[in-house]
Ligand binder design. Sequence first.
Ligand SMILES: [Zn+2]
Length: 143
Amino acid sequence: MRLALDEAGRAARGGDVPVGAVVLAADGTTVLAAGHNEREATGDPTAHAEVLAVRRAAARLGEWRLAGCTLVVTLEPCTMCAGALVQSRVDRVVYGARDDKAGAAGSLWDVVRDRRLNHRPEVIEGVLAGECAALLTDFFRAR
Ligand SMILES: [Zn+2]
């Protein structure tokens, strides 16, 4: 989560909402890829931290299945990212702050654990939640 927070800081410095993500390999420690929000930086509406990290991890592994991998993100994934996480077959999703307005991993929806889908990653929430949320609060307060 510390690495994801570093990534979130990079997003903020680029004028993007500070959300950062990393993908850990099946061994649970090797960092396969990282990403941060780049919507403003790239003008791409899908450039969320999780999507970028998952794409980079798949490119590094040379396949789309991220079986055994863990995605760590500072903010609860939105519906798009939750869908991408299900599609990537990650084993585990770890997030910091809840997103009561748009979260799709337990708050507004629970896409990642929807029993109608054939893949349901384990979800661990609330890791360094205070720090993750403070980064966002500070960012929006400064605007
Ligand atoms: Zn998202």
